[in-house]
Design a protein around this ligand. Structure first.
Ligand code: FRU
Length: 485
């Protein structure tokens, strides 16, 4: 693994040509995704500024250009007309002011009239590496030009630790006010959400208070990337708690959870109606964000980073890593989120497989379970050994995923097996396989599981035991991956 100096990690990109070689090399990787948004070079992490605006979906990602390392972050911009096919647009926000001199960190989008706005965290550090996070905004006009405001909306709150970031902006119609939810850490090192309020989108912001989330005063040491949406008459609060282990997550200390309940902007209280749940039960899923401006379409769409902070992935050796999940459409059914890939993903289907041997690197698997227990191995070897093991235990109504038999193992110390507890017997399984990821959707989205996976050449087949009916389609490429900086 390469050792990066601070100067290398925080190097400022001056010209597109500085990345050309790296881009050409990255493009040749066997693990480049075919239909998932991925870094043009270097590292991608959180989705940012995800928004539907005037017929187009905009999705930015946290981007470090130089390699598979967290350093100076940019927002890289991609667009789509259908949430399936994505085009590169180039840098959305660069760390080019004193307020974001050490990174343009995560945030959200907001559509108003013919323009839309990006709210982000300016990560400032002084010469002693002391951090000051600023909440900033930029305007994207009809021509697509992005212009930062000259001043931040507000700086850090002195009563909280330096971790204050990832603004999620919402408008409250009845109160005719805008609110920003900010992920934060208290001085007692507890995860919090801070609420700011204004009558005007780009000025007069003031601190309204700390969000009370009864029952969750002690869950983790920092809540990153809060996001909120109204789904089927309920409010859904999503965030990524850190620095804590949670039952069912093995040795991981970074998680992405949701609460269903009611957001009260008068009392600054989110009252959960049930327990917290994991947005996804997989190894690699974090910093999920709802798309803004889709409520009037009666939809909620969410995407996340396929990855976790501090983790390492095999493509580090090729100087790149990361990808975003497929956008998911959400509903609430029986007090739980139902998460499904968008219906139009079917348009990517190419050829239905006849042979029962080869597993394409880019494919969709639809499986119906007619019996009880089953075991499906993806990317097994010709003799049936190895592979990603997906085994269903009907007696316990749970599904075990084991990636320890794959040739390329990674993040082993965090655990290589995870279990998905289910509410109802597993009858239906959809798996979306891309060159370096798998996403499982169980029982029409009752539970999901996302993981990076890096099969080698010898891992090319699949095996099924139990009464599982499997149909497989190869899928078309849907990300442009052009060299646009
Ligand atoms: C989450 C996060 C955010 C931050 C960004 C920096 O992965 O740590 O809290 O804004 O990444 O890249």
């Amino acid at each position: 693994m390469k050792e990066w100096t601070l100067a290398e990690r925080y190097r400022v990109l001056k010209d597109k040509s500085e990345l050309e070689l790296l881009y050409n090399r990255t493009k040749q990787s066997l693990y480049r995704q075919a239909y998932h948004v991925q870094p043009i070079t270097g590292l991608s992490s959180d989705p940012n500024g995800f928004i539907y605006h005037q017929g187009l979906w905009h999705l930015f990602y946290q981007w470090c250009p130089w390699g598979a390392v967290h350093g100076l972050k940019y927002w890289y911009h991609t667009v789509s007309a259908d949430l399936i096919h994505w085009q590169n647009k180039g840098i959305g926000l660069a760390p080019d002011t004193r307020y974001d001199n050490k990174g343009v960190h995560s945030g959200s989008g907001f559509s108003e009239g013919s323009d839309f706005y990006l709210f982000y965290t300016g990560n400032h550090r002084d010469e002693n590496w002391i951090r000051t996070p600023y909440t900033c905004a930029a305007k994207v006009n009809e021509a697509g030009e992005i212009k930062k405001l000259s001043q931040p909306l507000f700086g850090p709150h002195p009563d909280y630790a330096e971790h204050q970031r990832d603004p999620k902006i919402v408008y409250h119609e009845a109160k005719q006010s805008y609110y920003i939810l900010l992920g934060a850490q208290s001085k007692e090192l507890k995860g919090k959400v801070l609420v700011y309020k204004s009558k005007h989108l780009l000025e007069d912001w003031h601190f309204a208070g700390e969000l009370r989330v009864p029952g969750y005063e002690d869950l983790g040491g920092m809540w990153e990337c809060p996001s909120i949406a109204h789904i089927d008459g309920k409010d859904v609060l999503v965030f990524s708690p850190q620095y804590t282990k949670l039952p069912g997550r093995s040795n991981n200390t970074n998680h992405n959870i949701y609460l269903i309940g009611r957001m009260d902007y008068d009392r600054l209280t989110f009252t959960a109606e049930g327990p917290y749940r994991f947005l996804d039960y997989g190894f690699d899923f974090y910093a999920a964000q709802f798309a803004a401006n889709v409520q009037e379409m009666d939809r909620a769409v969410l995407t996340a980073w396929i990855g976790l902070p501090d983790n390492h992935y095999p493509t580090e050796n090729e100087d790149w890593e990361g990808s975003l999940t497929l956008p998911r459409e959400l509903r609430i059914v029986n007090g739980r989120l139902r998460q499904l890939p968008l219906a139009q993903i079917k348009e990517l289907r190419q050829e239905k497989l006849q042979s029962e041997q080869e597993l394409p690197r880019v494919c969709e698997i639809q499986a119906i379970n007619k019996g009880a227990d089953f075991c499906l191995k993806l990317f097994a070897r010709s003799d049936g050994s190895g592979g990603l093991i997906i085994s269903y235990d009907a007696a316990n109504n749970s599904c075990l995923i084991d990636r320890s038999q794959m040739a390329q193992r990674f993040n082993r110390e965090l655990g290589e097996q995870l279990t998905i507890p289910l509410d109802s017997p597993l009858t239906n399984l959809a798996v979306f396989v891309d060159r370096s990821s798998v996403e499982l959707f169980i029982n029409q989205g009752e539970a999901t599981f996302t993981s990076h996976l890096y099969p080698v050449e010898e891992e090319h087949t699949y095996t099924v035991s139990g009464e599982l009916d499997v149909a497989i389609w190869t899928l078309k490429t849907a990300v442009s991956d052009e060299f646009i900086i």
